[in-house]
Structure formats: C-alpha cells, structure tokens
Design a protein around this ligand. Sequence first.
Ligand SMILES: Cc1cc2nc3c(=O)[nH]c(=O)nc-3n(C[C@H](O)[C@H](O)[C@H](O)COP(=O)(O)O)c2cc1C
Length: 319
Amino acid sequence: MGWRRRRGQDISEVVVDPRVQVGSIQLTAPVMTASGTAGHGVELAPYVDLSRLGAVVVKSLSADPWPGNPAPRLIGAPQGMLNAVGLQGPGLKHWLQHDLPALRTMGATVVVSIWGRSVADYVAAAQALRGADVAAVEVNLSCPNLEGRRGIFAHDPTVSAEVVDAVAVCGRPLWAKLSPNTDRVVDVAAAVHEAGAEAVTLINTLLGMVLDPETGRPALAAGGGGWSGRAVHPVAVRTIYDVHTALPTLPIVGVGGVSDGWSAAEMMLAGASAVQVGTATFADPRAPLRVLDELVALVGSHGERAMAALTGRAHRGGW
Ligand SMILES: Cc1cc2nc3c(=O)[nH]c(=O)nc-3n(C[C@H](O)[C@H](O)[C@H](O)COP(=O)(O)O)c2cc1C
C-alpha cells in the first residue's frame, strides 16, 4: 500500500477526518469544483456523486441572462487551456428556479458565483440571492469594471472592497475570488476581508493568448482569454503562500492547476483551507472526486488524522 511509518507511529490504519472550515462554513470535504468548469447545475452528476464534494461552485451568474462571447471560446494548449467564454449564463432567476433545486436534491452543498460590470450589477445579483439555499456566495472580481475607474475590479483594493461591502445584502457568507494578474493581490485580499469577505479564492485565470498557426491570428474569437490548467499551478501556490504569510488568519480557497492529490496538498500546505478543481475536469469529469480520494490517501500516508491540520504547514516546517 506504500504506507509509511512516521515518528514511530503505525499509520497503516490512519483514518483521515476530511472536514475543513472555510470562514463560518464547515465543508464535509476539502475539494470542490471550480466556477465555470462544471456548468451551472448537475452537469457533472453522471460522473461524480456531488454530495461527496466539499461544494459545487457553479459558473458565475449575473442577475440577467448573458450570451457570452462568440465561438471559438476554448482552445487547449500544452499544460493548459485558454478560454474566453465571456460569462455566458441563464441569469439568477432561471438558475434559482431550475438548477439550484436539482443540485440540492442531489445533496450538493452549493456555492454560487456572481459577476458584474458595475457595482450596481453585483448588487442586483446579490439581491436576487436573498434567502437562497446556498452555503456561500463567491464574488468573481476578475471582471472588467465599466464604470468610471476602468480596469479589472480585482486589481484595485478600493473598488474590490466596495463590491464586497455592497453584496452583503445577499445575507450569505462571502468569498472573494481574486485575479493573479496584479502585484497587489495581498492588498486586495486585505481590503476585501476588511469589507466583509470571510475567505478569498485564489486564483482566477491568467491573461493569455494563443495564435492560430494557419491564420497567424488569435485562435479565440475574442482575441485574448484566460489561461488555466497545470501550467498555472505554481502561480497559484505562490499567491496562496504570499497571502497566507501576510494574512495568516484569512481563510483561503486554492484553485489553479489542481489535477491530483499532491497538487491539492501543495495548496493546503501553502495556506489554503480547501481547494477547487477546474480545467482537470475537462479531461476527466471524475477529477474532483479522484483528487479528493488521492488527497485523503496522501494525508493519511503522512500519519495525519485531520485534513484541516494541513493548512499552512509549509510555513511551519512542512509535513
Ligand atoms: C472554461 C472556463 C470557464 C471559467 N469560468 C469562470 C467563471 O465563470 N467564474 C470564475 O470565477 N472563474 C471561471 N473560470 C476560472 C476557474 O474557476 C479557475 O479559477 C481557473 O481556471 C484556474 O483553475 P484550473 O487551472 O483548475 O482551471 C473559468 C475557467 C475555465 C477554464
């Protein structure tokens, strides 16, 4: 079985308690889906028992339906994927009526992600979620701000904090999902925490572009896109490590290139309380549960009984 003895302890029978705490929420397992990579509803249910995951995090939704970008919107490349889906979605009213009940019937813990192009858009989404049967709301701040101060919300601590403060009207625990495309992630994390986010989700995609060798032009219709998958994993680990160093009591949800038990453990050792699996799901729809099972086995093989004890251990001497 490859079990090892550690500190004189017989660990062949170690049973790992997989529960973790993210802010005020206890999750039954530390692995979730990542927003945008598992649909809006029960799309993964034929492959994965959704009730075994820490949570199903659904693709970012706005108050109203949104068509997204023209095709092609996805392209695979070595070690990763480029996407410019453009936040296509049915709108929260439709989702609350159709998708959320189906997810809850399957026993899934649901985290709903919201997006907007103005603070008012985010507030409209938050208001639509008042009283919704969701565990938490993940606020996707990696969206362009079409109001006065242009740029990406998550690149500016002040406007990010403004959004988080404004969406508190939803009445649910808030996780702020941040962008790695800035050297201000620690400042933004501190600002959103101060504004009421119980946790930060690190990281969204990196800005990237792939050219088509036939045409010599950008391969995606939108031009550039978001880069994800194994290649972004060290960026995510570094971001988690830096934020945990600066803000050791702020819960972190790690995401970016998780594809097996070790890459999930690496994020938790760096400071994450839980992880999400995104791009790996496109190659293997069972990836979130496989990662969970591998992570539990790996942690047990180190003689650890509590998954939660892993968080931040890289800062305290490692395993
Ligand atoms: C096709 C696709 C769509 C995505 N859509 C969203 C989205 O709607 N909201 C969001 O916060 N992140 C979205 N993401 C980003 C992922 O949730 C995740 O942060 C990122 O891909 C890094 O994780 P990964 O390497 O495991 O995919 C999307 C990623 C992909 C690949």
